[in-house]
Write a protein that binds this ligand. Structure first.
Ligand SMILES: [Zn+2]
Length: 204
């Protein structure tokens, strides 16, 4: 298993649409950003990339690149999901915290959860959406998102199933090979086939 953490923040700005979790939300202000400013999807994207040590959203989609101006953040999320799949993992669950003064998230929390689950290709029961107001933080015009993800290896069940099915099951060589596969080899993240190398100076 692997764990990832993500964080993002955007400032509210009048006259632009508000998009959170891939959902267009009725409000007088939207979130400013080079892309659509989807603070929640950006935090989830970073958590997924972090969980497989594949860098961060800025290393894949530099904010100064005109290609991503106004881009739907589901494109970023899709890339992170591809990195997770390439590394041989699947999502166990995703938990998030949204911190914003307005609009109130509670009335749309169910819809938001379903939309995020759909974008991630998981069940709504595997996604947590919690909203807080920024009391005492002085962040009345800012939206903040935190995210934690848990991944599990796709290879582990295969390797164990093979061991059980094998006539050689129980032999020392077979057991060592499986243990090597489970514990050793798959931690080599250089085999991820990343689109760009990780650049620590290039952070969103
Ligand atoms: Zn962002």
């Amino acid at each position: 298993m692997r764990i990832g953490i993500g964080f993002d923040s955007h400032v509210f700005q009048a006259g632009i649409p508000l998009i959170i979790g891939g959902l267009a939300i009725e409000h007088t202000e939207g979130l400013a950003g080079h892309s659509d400013g989807d603070v929640l999807l950006h935090a989830i994207t970073d958590a997924l990339l972090g969980a497989v040590s594949a860098g961060d959203i800025g290393s894949f989609f530099p904010p100064n690149d005109p290609r991503w101006k106004g881009a739907a953040s589901s494109v970023f999320l899709q890339t992170a999901l591809e990195e997770v799949a390439t590394a041989g993992y699947r999502i166990v669950n995703v938990d998030t915290v949204l911190i914003l003064e307005r609009p109130k998230i509670a009335p749309i929390a169910g819809e938001l959860r379903e939309r995020v689950a759909q974008l991630l290709g998981v069940k709504p029961g595997e996604v947590g959406i919690k909203a807080k107001t920024p009391e005492g933080l002085g962040l009345e015009h800012t939206a903040v998102a935190h995210c934690t993800v848990l991944l599990e290896s796709l290879k582990a069940p295969d390797a164990l199933a093979h061991l059980v099915a094998s006539e050689e099951a129980g032999s020392e060589e077979e057991l060592n090979a499986v243990v090597e596969g489970l514990v050793g080899g798959r931690h080599d993240m250089t085999a991820l086939g990343r689109k760009k190398p990780f650049d620590t100076d290039d952070l969103t």
